[in-house]
Design a protein around this ligand. Sequence first.
Ligand code: DTR
Ligand code: ZN
Ligand code: ZN
Length: 502
Amino acid sequence: MHRRLIFSSILSLAAASVIQRPLLEPSDSQALINTKPLVSSNAIQDDISSSKLLERAKHLYKLAKLATDEYNHPTRVIGSKGHLATIDYIYSTLASLREYYDISNQTFPAVMGNVFESRLVLGHSTPKSAGPMSLTPPTKNKEPVYGPLVLVANDGCEELDYPANVTGSIAFIRRGTCPFGTKSENAGKAGAIAAVIYNHMQGNLSGTLGQPSEHHVATFGISDTDAEPFIKKLQTGETVDASAYIDAIVENIGTTNVIAQTKGGDPKNCVMLGGHSDSVAEGPGINDDGSGSLTLLEIATHLTKYTVNNCVRFAWWAGEEEGLLGSDYYVSQLSEEENMKIRLFMDYDMLASPNYAYQVYNATNAVNPAGSEELRDLYTGFYKAHGQNHTYIPFDGRSDYDAFIRNGIPGGGIATGAEGVKTEKEAAMFGGRAGEWFDHCYHQLCDTVNNLNLEAWELNAKLVAHSVATYAVSFKGFPERTAITSNAVPERSLYHGPKLVI
Ligand code: DTR
Ligand code: ZN
Ligand code: ZN
């Protein structure tokens, strides 16, 4: 389907919801809703089956394939036909439930980057670990540039750290203290033609420059071991010739969040949940985050059979992979009054990893808005009740809960693991293979329908249903919301979204 056609179908659905006469008069429709039973955790859990989820996943993969003519492979990255079709699928599914939900979409500006080719040569070697940072600009004229490698003082967070001979050279900067974007910007301001940021701890370094700046220069990350011999050479006064090449684009586009809120239930006390509708450019993202976003769609469909005491608000975020753009934008647009209506936000990102663990974000009330811990305990209680183990994972800003907890809204969520390696202990707890990633297809082309663990997906979808039903019925025992500013907010972490920023 052509991009414009997909969008026009979103618009026509939106228009239809405005101009079509309701099938029932509001009072009749209310009466109909009121004949439905109050949602219960057991009833809505029973509605969940892996076969229905799998059917949706197969459909989503078909939508990802629509991007093939432009990207040469299936993807649902923002701006692609695969993502537009995903939004259309979510919107049109909800539109068929429009007697039960108020549906809206929220378009916002987003940046997206694409690196087509890159190469870094230091002295006579091409460091294996070298990779371009996300959202890096290209080298000048998208051609290779040549110059000496120049060591920057300290962590390169201050303009004074850049010696005069950085002009016309490739700046060599240690990781730490400030975001990669600040280092790249400082290098650009000092006249560098490119920058290389080396890890200050063990391992490769890949991250994002974040919000583009006119001063950014083409920037690579490399590992500590690859950097070491060059640091030594430069410290002893040797010269290292270098060349850098990046062919990339950074583009401004518009993309769209989809929101659906129950017409029923107390609109001043909402339970909110979200998953992300987009994938990375490298693949179709059926586990990341097809699994979360389709779980929400399936539950939104079943919930219509029941009434709710509290309002339920579903969100499908766009631009998560580019740095939580959709959820950041959404929270930034809430007035204080609207913010206070959200009692909690539950994040559902990656629920069906093939080598899964049942992971619960360790969101404590000590460092997060009060209520985060009660939510955490709801998740762990569920796994225990089902005879399943769980692990706690850091609540460190890697998914769409971040803007909520930074703005006073309690948050939490569950996941099944991404690029982390499963330990022997975890293999004993959950089965699967120790020494391998939880999701060996994380952010890759192979994140297809075959990458889903259906057992984990079904149990987690039942847990999502349980979380919705619990709070849709009552917030008894759940802390009242406090004013936005009076909550503890965690220190800025290494992440804001999937990629490292510092
Ligand atoms: N937001 C995921 C990545 C992600 C979220 N939490 C964790 C924890 C550990 C590893 C990865 C993640 C994404 O969309 O890529
Ligand atoms: Zn994700
Ligand atoms: Zn991801």
